[in-house]
Design a protein around this ligand. Structure first.
Ligand SMILES: CC(C)(COP(=O)(O)OP(=O)(O)OC[C@H]1O[C@@H](n2cnc3c(N)ncnc32)[C@H](O)[C@@H]1OP(=O)(O)O)[C@@H](O)C(=O)NCCC(=O)NCCS
Length: 424
């Protein structure tokens, strides 16, 4: 473990569960913060037992979101538990929570009370919707947020049997919100170094999804002005798709100024991931013609500009598909990379898990674990030149309860008494 991790010395009460909150605090733990996960005695975070692959062991759902943390069991509805939490608040820098709306207040830990206990405290919260929103009372999970934040209405096919709003498998609502919260916490922490004061940092899942759908909001604003979206696959053959004035789903179209599509490669009939993504960069048209062996397209007015290509862009993709039909996705990318074309194979989870480069960079890591033996997880996607955070095991339920209580000044007898009444 690097001993120069910048967040060393920052103490975080991790009062989070499921994914959105734990993803945030795991990131901060990787970078050196002392993250104390506070969990309900007996059961802990619900993900410990959800989707188990080994009977009796913490599920991967939990281990992959809670590495590098310590676990303190605490019943914060009991007087003894509340007293411990109060003590912990006085000695910590940050408290992160993602309970349902009002749960923390009902427990007696209002923002006012927390500030009284520790004016420097940063309280970081994830909720489905922002404070004062007309849906602020709703409990929210991943897919609910994807629907409320605009991702579902703009993802998927616009026609055909399965053309309804579609959920992404990327955790846009959960982990993405956690990443936003981590930025908020670090910002508030730097602010506190200047002012000495803590503050409340709130991130809603709806806002976090919407923030990632920024380009779709751009498209709505353009649609309102222009009446159509020239880079969408519906243009210009299916102009009725723009008639209702709402951004249509664009399937696999490129989201920016460069048209792109998912193309079949050799073996697609039996391999669900034998595809590549191919992007047509406007300024890189000539290399594309060279790669495909179509030099005549370089001077043909039907191909020389992006505007001229757009009406028959799907035919261009069909031509590229024909060119790669006898090539695997890896062979196709190896050809196109020589021409500087932005492209990549569609990689399955299995391929990613065994990818040598991801293993070498620490993006996929194997972590020793007391009960499981070891588990694979996704390591830090952020790399630093001056340090290499090491991923260590997620804690067992209550593994550090006695140690944390002792650090807070409780005697062995006091700790035993807390166990006796099941407050910890
Ligand atoms: C995720 C979510 C839907 C789960 O809902 P839930 O399982 O019903 O859990 P809640 O967070 O609403 O409630 C937790 C309850 O457990 C209690 N609790 C939690 N930890 C406790 C502890 N250590 N000791 C005692 N009680 C505890 C809370 O006080 C609350 O009780 P209350 O409802 O009586 O006030 C909800 O937490 C939520 O909407 N969170 C905000 C958005 C979010 O982060 N969603 C994404 C999750 S990945």
């Amino acid at each position: 473990m690097s001993d120069n991790l910048p967040l060393k010395g920052i103490k975080i009460i991790d009062f989070t569960h499921v994914q959105a909150g734990p993803a945030c605090t795991q990131l901060l733990a990787w970078f050196g913060a002392d993250v104390i996960k506070v969990e309900r005695p007996g059961s802990g975070d619900v993900t410990r037992s959800q989707l188990r692959d080994i009977p009796g062991a913490d599920a991967l759902y939990f281990t992959m979101l809670n590495s590098n943390k310590r676990s303190l069991t605490l019943d914060t509805k009991k007087a003894e538990g509340k007293a411990v939490l109060e003590k912990l608040i006085k000695e910590s820098d940050v408290m992160v929570e993602n309970f349902g709306p009002g749960a923390l207040d009902r427990m007696g830990f209002t923002w006012e009370h927390i500030q009284k206990l520790n004016p420097g405290m940063i309280l970081a919260s994830v909720k489905g919707f922002s404070d004062g929103h007309h849906y602020e009372d709703l409990k929210v999970y991943e897919n609910v947020a994807q629907c409320a934040g605009g991702a579902a209405s703009t993802t998927g096919y616009w026609k055909g049997e399965n053309s309804g709003p579609t959920i992404s498998s990327a955790a846009l609502g959960d982990s993405n919100t956690g990443m936003h919260l981590a930025i908020g916490i670090l910002t508030a922490y730097i602010g506190k170094q200047k002012t000495g004061k803590g503050q409340k940092v709130a991130v809603s899942m709806q806002d976090s999804v919407l923030n990632l759908c920024r380009v779709k909001m751009r498209d709505q604003l353009r649609l309102d002005k222009v009446g159509y979206l020239e880079e969408y696959p519906q243009y210009p053959h299916e102009m009725e798709a723009f008639k209702d004035g709402v951004v249509p789903r664009g399937a696999n179209a490129g989201g920016g100024g460069q048209p792109g599509w998912i193309l079949k490669c050799k073996g697609w009939e039996t391999d669900p991931n034998a595809y590549i993504y191919f992007t047509v960069q406007g300024h890189a048209w000539e290399p594309i013609c060279d790669a495909l062996g179509k030099p005549e397209w370089k001077t043909d007015p039907a191909y020389t500009t992006a505007q001229a290509r757009q009406p028959h862009i799907m035919n261009i993709f069909a031509t590229i598909e024909d060119f790669i039909k006898d090539k695997t996705k890896f062979e196709a990318v190896d050809i196109f990379r020589k021409f500087d074309i932005p492209c990549a194979p569609v990689l399955s989870m299995k391929e990613l898990l065994h990818d040598k480069s991801l293993r070498a960079s620490g993006s996929i890591v194997e972590v020793p674990h007391k009960v499981r033996g070891s588990y694979f997880t996704v390591g830090s996607p952020i790399k630093f030149s001056g340090m290499k955070p090491e991923v260590t095991a997620s804690p067992l339920l209550g593994e550090h309860t006695d140690a944390v209580l002792a650090e807070l000044g409780y005697s062995a007898q006091e700790i035993a008494a807390m166990h006796e009444v099941k407050a910890v």
